[in-house]
Ligand binder design. Structure first.
Ligand code: MTE
Length: 448
């Protein structure tokens, strides 16, 4: 797109001091959506030279606010720090389009308001089949056992204290529910990125490699080729995991998330981390690991979390989350108020390793240009990308397309449906399109 300094509306979304009086008032009122739009508009508004704006007498920079003239709050007002009150609308939300069945529900991460790759713990999406519990770590136990002593010499029960004495690892990984973007299979144009892609989060998890525990119990890898993970909640959540994933050291039992203990909703005090694999296998409130020689075919793998294919057969055990990406700003539900410069920003991820490339199109996939990948790029973690864009005020179609280290290219809807049909719920990794109308309104559309 050439030299940015020569483009009109060339600056990045501006700090609050560049907002108009009306925008400052809206920010003060804590209206997050308006703030987002204002930031976007402010980026464009900067086409006018900054000195000229000062000449107009912008009160936000000319008047000294109270906080510059008075004492601030003392330390430890908030012994556990909270976001600013102006950010109060950035929340996990339940989709208005989904029915809650008992306690079985999902709250979505507000991807449109996040930066970088780490999801703040309080905004990590939640998916529970039977509600969550704040489990007492003093009575929580993890048992490792087998139906046949040939698989495991010595079944053991670990307390949390036992586990936290063992050698630990800390790794950044994404977790995505297999049903993420599921409504789009049925052509339901869910309005915002929070609801299309928000069953996705990325955290630094800390815990003990499962391999270490199995070896402590005397596993025989030649005979025991699978493990079954079981949760302590009422959903009897049980999932089979192939032993190769455990043997290579990637699977671990985690107690830490983003530098502190797991949050109760996310499995406190212990959950399984299965990098690259759909969220359902990341069993929360983990209480038991059984080793065996074949998959268990439990309800959550034989009946649920299976893919209905065009020939009417179901695919089972399709656990790996394939390469995928989405533009998070600008995105559905937001509005560009003026033409000019915008930072197009999004995330890419792959259950098969690292992201190597992301291309962005502003014309619905006719032309593509490489986005800037923000490093360091991590294995099976979210990867942030950005691209400079000058909106000319005409209709546009924003898309991103990711490539992972295996060379796999994220498919279009046409390519995905050619293989998978249209009756699935799970594993939709197609290219997302955000349509920008002349009015600046952004909506969700499907491009084949
Ligand atoms: N583990 C137990 N014990 N119970 C559950 O309901 N839900 C699973 C998985 N582990 C679940 C569970 C599903 S479907 C997903 S997508 C992830 O947890 C969601 O993890 P999160 O709530 O930490 O985002």
């Amino acid at each position: 797109m050439g030299d940015l300094s020569k483009q009109p509306g060339r600056l990045r979304p501006a700090p609050e001091s560049f907002l108009s009086e009306a925008q400052v008032k809206a920010v003060a009122a804590g209206r997050r959506d308006f703030l987002r739009k204002s930031f976007i508009a402010a980026g464009a508004a900067l086409a006018a030279p900054v000195a000229a704006r000062a000449g107009e007498g912008d009160p936000a920079i000319l008047n000294l606010p109270d906080w510059s003239k008075t004492l601030g709050m003392p330390v430890a007002m908030n012994p556990y720090g909270q976001p600013s009150k102006y950010e109060s609308q950035l929340l996990r939300r339940e989709s208005p389009g989904l029915t809650r069945v008992g306690q079985a529900s999902v709250s979505f991460t507000p991807l449109q308001g996040l930066f970088g790759i780490i999801t703040p713990s309080g905004l990590h999406f939640e998916r529970h089949h039977q509600g969550w519990h704040d489990v007492d770590p003093a009575v929580h136990r993890l048992m490792i056992n087998a139906s046949d002593p040939a698989f495991l010499k010595q079944p053991k029960v670990y307390t949390m204290d036992d586990l936290m004495r063992l050698p630990s690892v800390s790794r950044i990984h994404f977790i995505e529910c297999g049903a993420n973007t599921g409504l789009e299979w049925g052509n339901v144009a869910v309005p915002t990125v929070q609801y299309t892609h928000g069953m996705l989060s990325c955290s630094e998890f800390t815990g003990v490699p499962l391999r270490l525990l199995l070896e402590d119990c005397g596993v025989d890898y030649k005979k025991a080729r699978f493990v079954l993970a079981e949760g302590a909640d009422g959903s009897s959540m049980t999932r089979t995991i192939p032993m190769e994933m455990v043997e290579n050291g990637e699977v671990f039992v985690a107690y830490g998330m983003n530098g502190e203990m797991l949050r109760p909703e996310n499995g406190y005090p212990l959950r399984l981390v299965v990098p690259g694999v759909q969220g359902v296998s990341w069993v929360k409130w983990l209480r038991r690991i059984e080793v065996g020689d074949k998959p268990w075919a439990t309800k959550d793998e034989a009946v649920h979390y299976i893919d209905l294919m065009p020939d009417g057969l179901h695919r089972q055990y399709t656990s790996i989350q394939e390469c995928k990406s989405v533009i998070t700003t600008p995105s559905g539900g937001q509005r560009l108020l003026e033409k000019g410069f915008y930072n197009v920003s999004g995330i890419a991820w792959s259950g098969r390793g690292k992201i190597t490339r992301v291309d962005v199109s502003t014309d619905g996939g006719i032309n593509w240009q490489p986005a800037r990948i923000e490093g360091p790029v991590q294995n099976k973690a979210l990867t942030r990308f950005n691209m400079n864009w000058v909106w000319d005020g005409k209709p546009a179609m924003l898309q991103s397309r990711a490539v992972d280290e295996t060379g796999y290219v994220q498919p279009s809807y046409g390519q995905l449906r050619a293989v998978r049909g249209s009756k699935s719920i799970y594993h939709n990794n197609a290219i997302q399109t955000w349509k920008v109308a002349e009015s600046g309104e952004i909506s969700n559309v499907q491009v084949l």
